[in-house]
Structure formats: C-alpha cells, structure tokens
Design a protein around this ligand. Structure first.
Ligand code: SAH
Length: 365
C-alpha cells in the first residue's frame, strides 16, 4: 500500500526533529529516543506497537506520520546475485536501488561488506550524454525520508544489513543537498541506521560549490567524482555540467574537500569507445589524479538502449589501466557486476517506464 502523501515519513525525522516535536506537544524530551528506537532499531510497522508510549501520543503520531516502507514494484536478481529493486514512491514515481553482496568487486575494492546503491532524485537534470537517468529528464528531489526508506526497504526485502552505502543511483545527490545531508545524518547516527561515515560515499557529476558545502558537514563521508574525461574538451562533450564548472573550478573544490577531510577522493571514469578511451586522455588523467592524490576507478561502459555508446575492447581497457598504473596512480578496473541486470544508473526504471507507456498507449482510453 502506498503511504498517504499528507503524512510525513518517520524515516526522514532525526532525533533532534523528534525532540522539537515532543517539546511542541508538551512531552518529555526522552520520548524522542524512544521513537527513534522503534522506528530505526525495532522497525515496528505501526505506532500502536510502540508500547512504552501513551495511547494519546500514539494516536497523534499515527495521524501525522507514516512508518511505511517503499512498495517494491520489481526485483531483478543477476547471476552474480546483485539485486536491483524498483521502488514505487507515494506519488507513483519509480526509483531504483541496487544491492551488491559482500565480496563483490565494487567501487574499486573487494569489499567484505554489503553495499547498497541508492537514488537521490527521480530522474536527473544534468543530461550526461551516456546516462540512462537523464533520458527522461528531471522530475523531483527525493525527501530525506525517501532516501532512508530505500535502505530500510532493501533490508526488509532481503533480511540483510547494509554496511556500505553509495549515492550512485539515479539523480545528482548534490543538487538535493539539504535532503541528502539530513538523510546522511540519519543513516550514520547511532540512534539511526548506524552506517559508518567512512562507508558512505557521495558521487557527483561535479557541482563545485556544493562539493565545498558538503565538505563542511563534520562527518568523514567519502566523495567520488564522476570525471569521465580528463580534458575540458572531452568532458564537455559528454557532460554538459562541465560548461558551468570546468575542470579548473572543479579541482579548486576538490582541493578544498581534501584539505578539510584529509582523505583520498575517487575519480570514476567510464570507458567509452572512441569518446574518452584514448591513451593521451589516460596520460592526462594520470597527471590529474596525481595532482589530487586521487585514486581512479575505471568502469567499462554499460550499453544503454537508445544511446550510441559502446564499451572499448578488453585490450583497450587494459591498455588504459596500464597507463595509469605505470605512472603510479592507484587504479582499478571494475568489471561491472550486475551488467546483466543493467545495474547502471537509471536503466531499470527507464525500461519499466517504457513498458508502462506502451501499456498506456495500447489500452483503450
Ligand atoms: N549524478 C551522480 C550520481 C549518479 S551516477 C554522478 O554523476 O556521479 C553514478 C555513476 O554511474 C556515475 O559515475 C555515472 O557516470 C555512472 N553511469 C551512468 N551511466 C552509466 C553507464 N551506462 N555505464 C556505466 N556507468 C554509468
């Protein structure tokens, strides 16, 4: 059942929000922690189950808030057990969330942790030319509750605990900074989902001023930068955002991030045949990575129906990686897990929406 839009999701309420709410209701402050325990730890389905709260308070909560998880419209599993969920929001919009099991090669490491890739927006406004998410344009931001709900819902569907979180699903997380920051607070807090800040990665297409703002959040979260081109010329051709924030401006922001966080940034670099896979681009990428002490995560392009791009041959991929390694840049080539379920950004939702449109077009009006 979809949650009623007039009710706020309790998944988007922080301890401090509850403390303020309790104060407004004339309730003692400690009730706030009781609620977050029920919502995030015990995960009860109904306010009626919150047995240490009085009946009057439970009724008030019931009237104003929702505890519902997201409706799972489709689950797609793959041979390597990467699972992709298509979640339906209260307004019928779809977002995708991908669970990558422990010990799969993801984001450049053989992680012993279960990783969840979450969406931050419905659609995307940034129009990267290779990406499925932008094809249908931008619809809306996800609320903090909807971001957190993806984690709670995926855990509920699988019975597994998410230990690593990446904002690499649909949307540009830094274009939804307020809700992103609130969601991260809840995901990280010990009263919330308790996911270590070092295990939360925000991936961005390169919104320089927002990178600087996010750097001010006092948590050791990680940053991945979707670079995909080492020169302005190549990057601009496939990522329009580069016109607004060219590489020089972007690197200013990244240097600030590094100064504040004292941690390595990851460059994500999709390899697309005859677009950005030339070895001269690899050399420039190596020098850019060295300038920032960044590591590089190469990702062979996942083909998207309706887009002309292709992944380069394995030999070309290896040669590109070789250039980085020979120059001493820490680099990995992610042999995409979940390629067979089209686990790249926005692909599943696009298929589902196309199917829905076909059904609508074929049904008598
Ligand atoms: N907007 C953010 C986060 C979403 S994209 C960003 O740009 O980083 C998450 C990652 O998936 C990005 O690195 C993006 O470039 C990549 N991606 C998008 N389409 C892809 C495709 N078809 N094949 C492989 N990776 C893709």
């Amino acid at each position: 059942m979809n949650k009623k839009p007039d009710k706020q999701s309790a998944h988007g309420f922080s301890l401090e929000d509850w403390e303020n709410w309790m104060q407004d209701c004339g309730q003692p402050k400690f009730r706030a922690k009781q609620i977050t325990d029920w919502v995030f730890q015990k995960r009860v389905k109904s306010f009626a189950d919150m047995t240490n709260l009085g009946a009057g308070l439970r009724e008030k909560l019931e009237a104003e808030f929702s505890l519902e998880t997201l409706d799972c419209s489709r689950i797609q599993g793959s041979a390597d057990t990467t699972q992709k969920f298509l979640f339906r929001l209260h307004d019928g919009r779809l977002v995708e969330t991908v669970m990558i099991p422990a010990n799969q090669n993801f984001a450049g490491s053989r992680s012993p942790r279960i990783t969840l890739c979450v969406s931050s927006q419905v659609g995307c406004a940034y129009d990267c030319k290779f990406c499925a998410s932008g094809l249908a344009g931008f619809t809306r931001n996800l609320s903090a509750g909807e971001i957190v709900s993806q984690v709670i819902s995926a855990e509920q569907e699988t019975g597994k605990k998410v230990q690593n979180l990446v904002f690499m699903g649909m949307g540009e997380p830094l274009a939804n900074l307020t809700n992103l920051t609130k969601a991260i607070e809840i995901l990280n807090a010990d009263w919330g989902l308790n996911i270590g800040a070092r295990h939360i990665t925000v991936s961005t297409s390169g919104l320089a001023p927002q990178i600087e703002k996010l750097a001010q959040v006092p948590l050791q979260i990680r940053l991945a930068l979707s670079l995909h081109g080492a020169s302005d010329e190549v990057r601009e051709r496939i990522m329009p955002v580069n016109k607004k924030y060219p590489i020089s401006r972007l690197f200013e922001a990244l240097e600030k991030w590094r100064d504040v966080k004292k941690q390595k940034i990851t460059f994500e670099y999709i390899l697309i045949e005859e677009v950005n896979d030339d070895l001269t681009e690899a050399k420039l990428l190596a020098s850019r990575a060295k300038q920032l002490h960044a590591k590089v995560n190469l990702i062979p392009y996942n083909t998207v129906e309706g887009l002309p791009w292709k992944r380069p041959s394995v030999e070309q991929q290896d040669a590109f990686l070789g250039v980085l390694k020979s120059r001493g840049v820490p680099a990995t080539l992610r042999r995409e897990k979940g390629h067979d379920i089209e686990a790249a950004c926005g692909q599943l939702r696009l298929q589902e929406e196309e199917k829905l449109q076909e059904v609508a077009a074929n049904s008598p009006s």
